[in-house]
Write a protein that binds this ligand. Structure first.
Ligand code: GLP
Length: 252
């Protein structure tokens, strides 16, 4: 795939010109989602720039979530924004797998912590009670989609810290090992801007829009078992839900 020549007298940095040319190819459909974008070497040789400049251009597209890299395979065009299913209590692993994406998690923290008041109240736990804190970056096809920080009362899963590989599915382990099946959840969604640390972890620019999901997940009996705060990239997610016009008399 040929990229048009760069304007070397322009004040616009070369990497940015390359980024824009690649973006044009993606927007025009010449490069479709899932297809590989030219490699660092191909760009460098094809446009007569250094590999560093080519790398910077590729990285900038990745940082924007427009492409993603797969180690040893190359860089590919991302799918359009994922539709966040807010009608069902799904695990991250389930959501990504149904879309054919490979799930990865980077564990930032996995330890017992005393419950602070707000979380204790949400979990119907005593203030100071021991909770398992699991803080992870969640990735789909190597692209960081969000950061999730879950708290679960330790008394419900006493040996979770020893038995669970925190890079795998939490919900699967809770279900298989402890018989804990999430049945419903109360969730609040807010818009926010990524702070410096979140931006770094999510590989987006500081101040980029994100969705904050605060969820309390419960089992069938109504007992809350997980308090979780998730920060999802707004450039990778959109939220869709069904509205109905039934039972309006209830509002009267
Ligand atoms: C979703 C939920 C989280 C939950 C996670 C578990 O993303 N919002 O509350 O902790 O799934 O995912 P997994 O089972 O893949 O670890």
């Amino acid at each position: 795939m040929a990229l048009s020549a760069l304007d070397r007298r322009s004040v616009i940095p070369l990497y940015y010109q390359i980024q824009q040319r690649l973006l044009d190819q993606i927007r025009s459909g010449a490069l479709k989602s899932g297809e590989p974008v030219p490699s660092e070497l191909e760009i460098a040789a094809g446009l007569g720039v250094s590999r560093m400049t080519a790398r910077q251009a590729l990285k900038s597209l990745c940082d924007l979530g427009i492409t993603y890299t797969q180690r040893g395979k190359g860089t590919f065009v991302s799918a359009n924004k994922l539709e966040k299913n807010i009608r069902q209590v799904l695990s991250f692993t389930e959501e990504m797998r149904t879309r054919g994406l490979r799930v990865d998690s980077k564990v930032l923290c996995f330890q017992a912590v005393p419950a602070v008041e707000e979380i204790a109240a949400a979990l119907h736990a005593a203030s100071g009670e021991s909770l398992v804190k699991l803080h992870r970056i969640r990735l789909a096809d190597s692209c960081p989609m969000g950061i999730e920080c879950s708290y679960i009362p330790q008394r419900l899963c006493p040996d979770l810290l020893e038995s669970f590989d925190a890079s795998t599915s939490l919900y699967q382990t809770l279900s298989e090992r402890y018989g804990i099946q999430m049945a419903f959840a109360d969730e609040v969604i807010e818009a926010a801007m990524a702070g410096a640390q979140e931006a770094r972890l999510l590989r987006i620019a500081k101040g980029s829009p994100v969705f904050i999901f605060t969820r309390v997940s419960c089992v069938q009996t109504g007992r809350p078992v997980e308090y979780v705060k998730s920060t999802y990239r707004a450039d990778r997610y959109k939220i869709a839900h069904r509205l109905t016009r039934l039972n309006r008399e209830l509002l009267a």
